[in-house]
Design a protein around this ligand. Structure first.
Ligand code: AMP
Length: 279
């Protein structure tokens, strides 16, 4: 049932259908799964008009990454949007988003947080992400925007951007939706072979083991998580313990444990939050 859904491709089409009340935006790259649906359901009661954007953003992929192969499932995405109560799907073309070309002269600089963790492995990724999100905010002009904690560094950086650039958008985060065995849902899980699919839940098991050691302090958290990934023979890109803004962890305060690993073709990332003890 997609008859109530309006599909828009341009700012003019958006303007014609967005109404005057509060607008909620859920940005996505499509290939929608239950994680995206949760963001849509979270956003639904927060405004009058719920907009889902579907745009595979070329500037956040480095040369050699999976921009071309990234799954594109537009018709199924529309069904999911309709079921989740979306009013407007905004699916712009690359030309609409980058009218002067991809080597656009104005890009958002993420600052120091853009070059650590994911940014250390993907140095141009966050400037692409923040640039497209800033453009989406400018085109859709939402009051609220909803992002997943699954991409925790992205969520923190978008919050920082909204504040630093005075964008006037309330950026809200939603918990990670997982498979029954703990693997975080991701459009890229489709790239896993069946053996790799068996190995992948060890990442979340490691995060849980780390969280279970929280009362014993930072070293214990990292050691407990590390044991699980070593047992599963997973080659990590990083395992990091931070505070909830990705700064130094502080005993007695909220902390985040973040992990990234390449398992076969895809890089998988995950994270967990807990209160850190002092050990
Ligand atoms: P993507 O389409 O992968 O760019 O993701 C669009 C939004 O969905 C981002 O805010 C992601 O953090 C969020 N997201 C992706 N996977 C999950 C998940 N498993 N649980 C919750 N949110 C998710």
């Amino acid at each position: 049932m997609i008859s109530d859904l309006t599909i828009t491709r341009t700012r003019e089409e958006l303007d014609a259908s967005r109404g005057d009340g509060p607008v909620v935006l859920v940005p996505t790259m499509g290939a929608l799964h239950d994680g995206h649906v949760q963001l849509l359901k979270h956003g639904r009661p927060l405004g009058d008009t719920l907009v889902a954007s579907i745009f595979v953003n070329p500037t956040q992929f480095a040369p050699g990454e999976d921009f071309e192969e990234y799954p594109r499932t537009f018709d199924a995405d529309l069904e999911r949007c309709a079921e989740a109560g979306v009013d407007i799907v905004f699916a712009p073309t690359v030309d609409t988003m980058y009218p002067t070309g991809l080597d656009t002269t104005v890009m958002v600089d993420p600052g120091p947080l853009g070059s650590v963790l994911e940014g250390a492995v993907r140095p141009t990724h966050f400037r692409g992400v923040l640039t497209v999100v800033a453009k989406l905010f400018g085109l859709v002009r939402p009051d609220v925007a909803v992002f997943g904690e699954k991409d925790y560094q992205q969520l923190v950086l978008i919050r920082q951007m909204a504040q630093a650039l005075c964008l006037g958008v309330d950026v809200q985060g939603c918990p990670t939706v997982r498979e029954a065995d703990g693997l975080a849902l991701s459009s890229r899980n489709a790239y896993l072979s069946s053996d790799q699919r068996q190995q992948a839940p060890a990442l979340y098991r490691a995060l849980r083991a780390g969280a279970a050691a929280a009362a014993d302090g930072p070293d214990a958290v990292l050691a407990a998580a590390r044991r699980v990934v070593d047992d599963a023979s997973i080659d990590l890109d990083y395992l990091a313990l931070t505070d909830s803004d990705l700064g130094e962890p502080v005993p007695g305060q909220d902390a985040r444990l973040l992990v990234a690993a390449r398992i076969g073709k895809p890089r998988l990332i995950d994270n967990i939050g807990f209160t850190l003890g002092s050990g």
